[in-house]
Design a protein around this ligand. Structure first.
Ligand code: AMP
Length: 281
């Protein structure tokens, strides 16, 4: 496995692979890799000749009061996990090369960025879409892999790819969970022992919502209230939002129908966890 930090060197390597007719798969990450990331890398390995992952804690997707400096960084462990799961190239760009001073071009998908996490994290998706667009231009992969756990990001990237004609197939990967149901996240390491024990209440609440909807409930307000109540009764989590939205437009639903997403963000102390489930009614 190669670890590359120079943009021009990565381009050269990948041009060579492309000329040999090899397909390139790409998994963007911010590092602090866990089994969720590993499932993306493994799927990428199965579907491509060359597997590239990026590890970059992207400063332009963090708000001023967010955890950019505290975000967990563990390059050695990440490199090991990437290699064990079949990665060929780790792209670990130098921040000054990727975002030189004076950098001033951004990609925005405003319609999909307003609600859900966009409401409490202004600028977050603009920063994420911009860095992904840069990676797509540098790597030019055939396929790129994103997790359903960050569903809004996935929807935004899909729209960006369609609107800007990137010749890239976006592959979505199911949320990988710990055995107690908690969605794997790099931020789970911030949780205290007690918070970690309580955090699966998020997933349990979503499962309860799924069951209620299966039993015929279509009133989104009732579902949202049930999810909120379950989380607040069974944990110390403070709700940021609980929403039922159309899975394509991300617009709020009053009546649950079609392909819909129930998405949740909850604070455990300062740690903000997100999760969601997708339903087809
Ligand atoms: P991050 O390093 O948090 O930016 O995540 C990098 C990629 O891994 C994104 O596409 C995430 O959606 C995906 N990812 C993170 N956690 C999970 C998980 N538990 N299951 C599936 N994909 C995940």
């Amino acid at each position: 496995m190669k670890i590359i930090s120079s943009i021009s060197r990565l381009r050269k390597e990948l041009d060579y692979e492309r000329r040999r007719g090899r397909s390139i798969g790409f998994v963007p990450t911010m590092g602090a890799l866990h089994e969720g990331h590993a499932s993306l890398i493994r799927q990428c390995r199965r579907e491509n000749d060359v597997v590239v992952i990026s590890i970059f804690v992207n400063p332009i997707q963090f708000g001023p009061a967010e955890d950019f400096s505290a975000y967990p960084r563990q390059k050695q462990k990440d490199v090991q996990l990437a290699e064990q799961n079949g990665c060929d190239i780790v792209f670990h760009p130098d921040a000054r090369q990727l975002l030189p001073s004076g950098f001033n071009t951004y990609v925005e998908v405003p319609q999909l960025s307003r609600g859900l996490c966009g409401a409490s994290r202004p600028g977050h998706f603009r920063g994420a879409a911009t860095i992904v667009a840069k990676f797509f231009n540098i790597i030019n992969p055939h396929r790129a892999y994103f997790g359903q756990k960050d569903y809004q990001q996935l929807a935004i990237i899909k729209m960006m790819v369609a609107d800007l004609n990137f010749p890239i197939t976006i592959r979505e990967v199911k949320t990988y969970r710990a055995s107690d149901g908690l969605a794997m996240s790099s931020r789970n390491v911030y949780l205290s022992q007690d918070q970690r024990k309580e955090a699966p209440a998020i997933y349990h609440a979503l499962q309860k919502a799924r069951q209620k909807i299966r039993n015929g409930e279509v009133d989104a307000a009732k579902i949202k209230l049930m999810v909120k109540t379950h989380i607040t009764r069974n944990s110390s989590g403070k709700i940021d939002y609980v929403e039922c939205v159309d899975a394509k437009e991300l617009s709020p639903l009053k009546t649950i129908k079609g392909r819909c997403l129930i998405a949740v963000a909850v604070f455990f102390g300062k740690t903000r966890l997100i999760d969601n489930i997708l339903l087809q009614i």
